[in-house]
Design a protein around this ligand. Structure first.
Ligand code: ADP
Ligand code: MG
Length: 289
């Protein structure tokens, strides 16, 4: 019977670490023609490392200390990397107050009297003018495929941090497999266009960069009007985009918010489980029809 076939597929999927929230999701998955991926933590491992600390108006240890003070309160993968580097270098611990995430942009807080912002260069301009030396360093580092964050204190750009995140080992094969299944893969990211392009080229996937979380949700909703879209993400910021797709898929190591917003979760964090999931759904529906 149909319910039995669906129940059997859900069980098979669960044994492979593919959690599917109900039979309707299988039917939707079988019809997917486009898969949009978030970059950081989804197509990449999501454990970036700090590669460069650039002193502008403060020495390197101070740049790290200010950044770590606000990043300690963030669950973003970039934040973990910055805090780890600050700890590795044993920089002085600085206390920040009123710390809050600026979604898709960075983190903000106050340290003493100074307003502090740590985040993307194009959003840092709203907090401090970026001097020529900063722009040149950002240009060079982004050209190396790195993600750059600006550390702003009291309306001055005091330093820069550059980070690099590696693609997941199975991501290129997963993209190839989706193409072979006649499914269009896309990458949507809030990262800078050049860091995004470096990952896109390595994986063979088309990229749209510089997107805020709301832009991702809008882009997915737009795609969903013209086709059947699955969105794959891991972060708090990805929840609106996951909800805008016909099928939202969360990485298992992702945030609870993403997993709750999703229709399916990949417990083993393998990108290759995305084509596997769609293949299983197609086979199930073919059996029923
Ligand atoms: P992605 O689409 O790659 O998952 P996000 O939307 O989470 O990226 O973030 C987009 C950009 O905003 C990052 O590349 C970074 O420049 C900046 N950003 C976001 N959160 C933080 C943070 N906690 N610290 C520093 N920068 C951040
Ligand atoms: Mg992410």
């Amino acid at each position: 019977s149909v319910p039995a076939a669906i129940a059997s597929s859900l069980a098979t999927a669960a044994r492979r670490g593919l959690l599917i929230k109900g039979g309707a999701v299988i039917e939707a998955l079988a019809g997917v023609d486009t898969v949009a991926f978030d970059k950081t933590g989804t197509l990449t491992i999501g454990r970036p490392v700090v590669t460069d600390v650039v002193a502008l108006e403060a020495a390197e240890p101070r740049v790290l200390a200010l950044a770590a003070a606000v990043e300690r309160r963030s669950s973003h993968p970039l934040a973990a990397a910055i805090v780890a580097r600050a700890e590795a270098e044993a920089v002085a611990t600085v206390m920040a107050e009123d710390v809050a995430a600026v979604p898709g942009k960075g983190m903000a807080g106050t340290i003493g009297e100074a307003a502090v912002f740590v985040g993307a260069p194009r959003h840092a301009a709203a907090w401090a003018p970026l001097p020529e030396a900063a722009l040149a360093a950002i240009d060079r580092l982004e050209g190396e495929g790195k993600t750059v964050v600006v550390v702003v204190s009291a309306a001055r750009a005091v330093g820069l941090l550059a980070l690099r995140d590696e693609p997941r080992p199975d991501a290129a094969a997963a993209i190839g497999r989706l193409n072979a299944m006649g499914i269009r893969p896309l990458m949507l990211t809030g990262d800078n266009p050049r860091a995004a392009a470096a990952v896109g080229e390595a994986l063979g996937v088309a990229v749209t960069a510089g997107m805020l979380p709301a832009d991702k949700a809008k882009a997915v909703a737009e795609l969903a009007r013209g086709g059947r879209v699955a969105m794959v993400g891991d972060g708090i910021n990805d929840a609106p985009a996951l909800a805008s797709a016909q099928v939202g898929i969360a990485m298992g190591s992702g945030t609870r918010v993403a997993i709750e917003a999703a229709d399916a979760a990949l417990l083993h964090d393998r990108v290759g489980d995305v084509p596997a999931l769609i293949g299983l759904a197609r086979a199930t529906m073919a059996n029923i029809r």
